[in-house]
Every structure is written in C-alpha cells, then in structure tokens.
Design a protein around this ligand. Structure first.
Ligand SMILES: Nc1ncnc2c1ncn2[C@@H]1O[C@H](COP(=O)(O)OP(=O)(O)OP(=O)(O)O)[C@@H](O)[C@H]1O
Ligand SMILES: [Mg+2]
Length: 229
C-alpha cells in the first residue's frame, strides 16, 4: 500500500487529524500528504496538508495542488473563483509522482467521497480509480455514523474501489451508548475493519505528544499498535 486515499463520511469529521495520526505512526517512512484541493483558505494560511506536517513531524512532505478561497465544494469554489478545477488525472499523477520519492502517500479528499472537484462531476473516487488505490473512511463516533459509513462504503464498492477500513475521527473521552456500540457495529456497517479511533482533543495536543501517542490509536495495518477488536 503505497498510496492511501483518505475520505470521510462528510466534512469536519477528522480526516486531517486521522491523516496526521497515520503519518505520525509511520515515522520511519518517507511520508507525503497530498491535499489536492484546499478550500476555504486564503493564500498563505496553513492548510490541511501543513497541519498534518505540523502534528506528524518533519518526515512529512506536504503538497497542495490548488487553493480556492471560498469554503465550498472544490468544483463550485473553483468555478466561482474563475480558476481551473483540479481534475482526477492531475490528482493521480501528483500522487504517483510523490510515490516515486516516498514510501507512503496519503491523499486527503475534501469533504466526503462524492464531493465534486470539477464541472464534469469528477470526484475523489475517480482519482482513486485512476491510481487503483485503497480508500480509508474516517467516520464520526456517535449516532448516525452507521448509516453514513455504510453509504460511503457502498459507494466505494459500486465504483470497484477497495475500502481499507474505517477510523473514528474523534472518539469522546466518555463515549455515550451509541459511540460504545458503534465500535462493534461500524465494521459490520462498513463491511471493512475498524482500524482505529483518534481521541477527541488529539488535534490540540502538542505535536510531541501527538506523535508519541498516535500509534496507540491505530491498528498495525496503519502502522500502529492498537490491539484488534
Ligand atoms: N480527534 C480530534 N481531536 C481534536 N480535534 C479534532 C479531532 N477530530 C477533529 N477535530 C477538529 O475538528 C475540526 C475538523 O477536523 P478536520 O479538519 O480533521 O476535519 P476534516 O474531515 O479533515 O474536514 P475537511 O473536509 O474540511 O478537510 C478541526 O477543527 C479539528 O481540529
Ligand atoms: Mg481536512
């Protein structure tokens, strides 16, 4: 697994924090993080890829292909900015080039899987298809996640994409009943293994603490040492 595409059941789910955890747990590897389209930020502001590098460490190469200032789907934001959209083949080519110089390339989408990147309706799924890359789904912990996770993994299967697994983006310190039950039910809903759970508040840890703890949140499949189940 050299290229891993990271999507989520929606926006603000914790994709960036999970991407940072995977990168931090792979500190012995040369890791690149690619954010194909960064929306909602002005030039110069740190984007998701920079946040991954800040949390995970200096072994991470952070790359953005395009930035659109309005906090909208990339296709809409590009159109409104009068800028060329990011196309799936550009994402695939950039990731494959990074893969020649790195051991692991993490591609973080914008929002959820079927958010459009251009006026033709292209999505992150099209880029994943071009790269034949597996997809990791970041999901919320609580009520509603079983449905949105199942919808996302069904969409992956429909498109012939491999779901590598599911990671909970933000697990409350004191999980409610739904969050506790979802640990068992998420893999069933997803048809794919639960490969980790990042604790709520992890993004606010000092980078040294984040790096020290990241492996404990993730299964060995993602470079971690979290026991299965
Ligand atoms: N485990 C966590 N610990 C602390 N903060 C978190 C955690 N997960 C998410 N957050 C916070 O929630 C917000 C959304 O998280 P994040 O940026 O990772 O979402 P995302 O899924 O990457 O969203 P986008 O679609 O915008 O890329 C951020 O402000 C982030 O700091
Ligand atoms: Mg993000």
């Amino acid at each position: 697994m050299k290229i891993l595409v990271i999507t989520g059941t929606g926006t603000e789910i914790g994709k960036t924090i999970v991407t940072a955890a995977v990168a931090a747990a792979s500190r012995d590897l040369r890791v690149a993080v690619l954010k194909p389209a960064q929306t909602g930020l002005a030039p110069g502001e740190p984007g998701d890829a920079a946040e991954v590098a800040r949390l995970a460490g200096a072994h991470v190469t952070a790359v953005e292909l395009a930035r659109f200032p309005e906090p909208l789907a990339p296709g809409t934001a590009a159109r409104r900015a009068g800028l060329p959209p990011v196309r799936p083949h550009e994402i695939a080519e950039a990731a494959q080039k990074l893969a020649t110089e790195h051991d692991l390339v993490l591609v973080e989408g914008a929002g959820g899987l079927l958010v459009r990147y251009d006026g033709q309706g292209s999505t992150l799924a099209d880029a994943a298809r071009l790269m034949a890359a597996p997809v990791l789904v970041v999901a919320p912990a609580g009520l509603g996640t079983l449905n949105s996770t199942a919808l996302t993994t069904e969409a992956l299967r429909t498109r012939g994409l491999a779901c590598r697994g599911v990671v909970v983006g933000s697990m409350p310190a004191e999980p409610d009943l739904a969050s506790r039950c979802n640990i068992d039910d998420l893999p069933v809903a997803a048809g794919a293994p639960l490969l980790g759970a990042v604790p709520a508040g992890a993004g606010a840890l000092a980078p040294a603490d984040f790096r020290a703890r990241a492996a404990s949140w993730l299964s060995p499949e993602l470079g971690g040492k979290r026991p299965a189940g």
